[in-house]
Design a protein around this ligand. Structure first.
Ligand code: KIV
Length: 267
């Protein structure tokens, strides 16, 4: 059982301790992030873009999410592992959502699921929570609705949308969600929402007042050069390190300098 639980996350909010989350898609990175004390490993459907090279998250499948969540769990001891439910795996009906989220919980060993949407998802969240499935909500820029939203833009800049987002957050809390991701919201709006809820908010591009922060791992490591955004701080420049290592390997192989005697077997 992971040390980080829905209960401990709530306690962190109460004590004012910040929650740290990163996306994670495999066991190797899971081991590294878990050992670094990251609280939540979110197996985001962003893997469809970051790993699989798709232009959006829409074509991610439940099988893909189950596979990656299973391997992340293998590398994790302390952190909470959350499976991001893909497009159309939970929107059709609460029954369908229960079937698919239940499958994700049973087959992967994850501790929670994440679904996108506010008030229209409240009945589904309640159904899942009543069945014993912890649910993280996700409002603001919800990438599975990118076409309906007209692109990847900051949400809640006008009063009507800001009011709706406040109501969305409250509806998710009332339905039993244990946390909510706020994506691409103006910082003052995230701050208001964070103060109005008893459950933690986890921000991405939503300013500093959220109870926690999440970033896409490959973006913050500087590995994914296909994507850049104002809110992404790069904590490393691994893409260049990878290119440099590959160039060095190629040069050494071509020049006959690798493998040397220390990398070869005598008998
Ligand atoms: O899919 C994902 O990686 C996400 C995070 C960006 C919150 O939903």
């Amino acid at each position: 059982m992971a040390n980080v639980t829905t209960r401990s996350l709530l306690e962190m909010k109460e004590k004012g301790e910040r929650i740290v989350a990163l996306t994670c898609y495999d066991a190797l990175f899971a081991r590294l992030l878990d050992a670094s004390g990251i609280d939540i490993l979110l197996v985001g459907d962003s893997l469809n873009q970051v790993l699989a090279g798709a232009s959006s998250t829409l074509s991610a499948s439940l099988e893909q999410m189950i596979y990656h969540t299973t391997i992340v769990r293998r590398g994790t001891e302390r952190a909470m592992v959350i499976c991001d439910m893909p497009f159309l795996s939970y929107q059709i009906s609460p029954d369908d959502a229960l079937r698919n989220c239940g499958r994700a919980m049973k087959e992967t060993g994850c501790q929670a699921v994440k679904i996108e949407g506010g008030q229209p998802m409240a009945t589904t969240v309640r159904r899942l929570v009543d069945a014993g499935i912890p649910v993280m909500g996700h409002i603001g820029l919800t990438p599975q609705s990118v076409h309906a939203l007209g692109g990847y833009h900051v949400q809640g800049r006008d009063d009507a949308t800001a009011d709706r987002l406040r109501a969305d957050a409250k509806a998710l809390e009332d339905a039993g969600a244990f946390a909510v991701v706020l994506e691409l919201l103006p910082a003052p709006l995230s701050s208001q929402i964070t103060k109005s809820l008893t459950i933690p908010t986890i921000g991405i591009g939503a300013g500093p007042a959220c109870d926690g922060q999440v970033l896409v791992l490959h973006d913050m490591l500087g590995l994914n050069e296909q994507f850049s955004a104002k809110f992404v701080k790069k904590y490393a420049a691994l893409a260049e390190d990878v290119r440099e290592a590959a160039r060095l390997f190629a040069a050494e192989v071509r020049e006959g300098r690798y493998p040397g005697p220390e990398h070869s077997f005598g008998k």
